[in-house]
Design a protein around this ligand. Structure first.
Ligand code: IPE
Ligand code: IPE
Ligand code: MG
Length: 245
């Protein structure tokens, strides 16, 4: 029985979030420069997007570039940005063919204007697709997102649109970049790092976390199935007792 056949369809997460990490180390192991790792990471993205679409997963969020990543050496930042935007543009036809809708979350105002426009176009061109929602976190950081939500809510209070006692979990959630998406049930990080690195801090409150030593450019559908099998073994209690759930 293959790993995929062992998966229980009713117990699949609706939303998977992935910190795609380890491109640089993967390239270094091969004596190549870091960008070589990023180029090879794209193949993993294709494979995992396809894998999620085949499984009927509703939402896949990929952390592709953090706000903090802007502080990397200029050559790497420029090369990575070009790669990301070029790849997204180049994949639109495939996304449409596979009924995948693209979303981008993050501070994309920090991107060069042409990149910004290309991303918006790609999202626009896939917006009627009803299958997998592919959410690219680009120039994203969770603290930026949360502070932004706070600022926007504060403005609404000042204009009288909302009262402080009306700020519920629901209202707050609606001010995040992920307003349209459910919280991830499963968060995967590759490359053997055990941290969140400013990713979806609010949304991951009750996510199951899965860490693997596999470096992102080596991560393929089989690795995804392993993560999903591990997830399916877990008991999600949300603060209750085992007997209650
Ligand atoms: C993940 O790989 C991709 C990005 C952060 C853009 P890294 O580039 O962080 O690779 P390592 O962690 O240095 O190996
Ligand atoms: C997190 O990886 C960001 C992305 C994968 C896009 P980093 O490699 O930047 O995170 P740290 O620096 O190891 O925490
Ligand atoms: Mg890294």
């Amino acid at each position: 029985m293959s790993l995929k056949d062992k998966l229980i369809a009713e117990k699949l997460p609706r939303h998977i979030a992935i910190i795609m990490d380890g491109n640089g180390r993967w390239a270094k192991e091969k004596g190549k420069d870091r960008l070589f790792g990023h180029y090879n990471g794209v193949e993993s993205v294709r494979n995992i997007v396809e894998g999620c679409a085949e499984l009927g997963i509703g939402y896949l969020t990929l952390y592709a570039f953090s706000t903090e990543n802007w502080d990397r050496p200029k050559d790497e930042v420029t090369g990575l940005m070009e790669l990301l935007v070029k790849t997204i543009r180049g994949e639109v036809a495939t996304l449409n063919k596979n009924n995948i809708r693209l979303h981008v979350i993050g501070n994309i105002d920090m991107l060069p204007a042409n990149a910004h426009d290309e991303l918006n176009e790609a999202c626009e061109e896939t917006k009627t697709n009803t299958g997998l929602n592919l959410i690219m976190a680009l120039s994203y950081s969770s603290r930026w997102e949360i502070l932004n939500a706070v600022k926007n809510i504060a403005t609404e209070i000042r204009t009288g649109n909302i009262q402080p006692n009306e700020i519920t979990d629901e209202v707050f959630q609606q001010h995040l970049c992920t307003a349209d998406f459910p919280d991830p049930e499963l968060m995967i990080r590759t490359s053997g790092e055990y941290r969140i690195s400013n990713f979806l801090l609010y949304q991951l409150a009750y996510s199951e976390l899965y860490f693997t030593d596999t470096l992102w450019p080596d991560f393929r559908k089989e690795n995804l199935y392993e993560a999903l099998l591990d997830y399916q073994m877990r008991e999600r209690r949300f603060g209750k007792t085992s007997e209650q759930v």
